[in-house]
Design a protein around this ligand. Structure first.
Ligand SMILES: [Zn+2]
Length: 225
């Protein structure tokens, strides 16, 4: 095995140990893969734009949101429920922070595609007048978190008390990725890290493939113990 491959393997192991030490390794793995391959490579990733693409939402979360909407339509079959914002870039978060629209600086759950803002669509525009009460109650029953009463249009995948642990995990994942490409390790995906991701998509697919089979093996082994 050549030297470069060995080095990669060592770096993969760091991420592996880190993921399997968590309570839900497969969930975190799925998130990590989605974030790197689908979110970081998106056109709006570094831009100050509103992004409403449904495809950016973490798939496990989207599944729950669809369940929530399905239930909602039983009461309001004619509401056109839309996402005003799914992903939110760091530059947009900064912009909102400086204009006083949010108290959160740099990034939040939207950045990691674990939050959405929901609206009703009519007359070709978004309106903040869904039956948020019903959405919140339905969401609650399938553990979707609402930021009621502060921001009733906002729904997220994780409960607020878990956010900081998640941010630590996300930061560590980004650092591992930067280490993989021997970039400056600062936990921040700027143009250089994004460029490295885009340039190494094949290599990354291999990386995630290896990581996934290692994690699955570990889970199977633990079951046998
Ligand atoms: Zn929001």
């Amino acid at each position: 095995m050549d030297e470069k491959k060995l080095l990669y393997q060592k770096k993969e192991n760091t991420m592996f140990s880190f993921i399997v030490a968590s309570k839900n390794p497969m969930l975190l793995f799925r998130w990590y893969k989605h974030f790197v391959l689908s979110v970081c490579t998106h056109d709006n990733f570094l831009k100050n734009f509103v992004t409403s693409d449904e495809s950016l939402i973490f798939p496990d979360f989207l599944l729950k949101l669809n369940q929530m909407k399905e239930f909602y339509f039983k009461t309001h079959p004619y509401h056109d429920v839309r996402y005003f914002e799914t992903f939110r870039s760091k530059s947009r978060q900064d912009y909102l922070f400086h204009s006083g629209a949010t108290k959160r600086h740099h990034y939040g759950m939207h950045y990691f595609c674990l939050a959405v803002d929901m609206t009703k669509w009519f007359n070709n525009s978004h309106h903040w007048n869904l039956d948020y009460d019903l959405l919140r109650r339905t969401g609650n029953s399938i553990s979707i978190t609402s930021l009621y009463p502060f921001e009733e249009c906002h729904f997220q995948f994780l409960p607020v008390p878990m956010q900081n642990d998640f941010f630590d995990f996300a930061n560590q994942s980004i650092r591992c990725l930067q280490d993989l490409f021997s970039l400056k390790i600062d936990g921040d995906i700027g143009p250089i890290t994004q460029g490295a991701i885009l340039f190494n998509i094949d290599r990354l697919n291999e990386y995630f493939g290896n990581l996934e089979s290692q994690i699955k093996h570990k889970i199977e082994d633990d079951k046998l113990k």
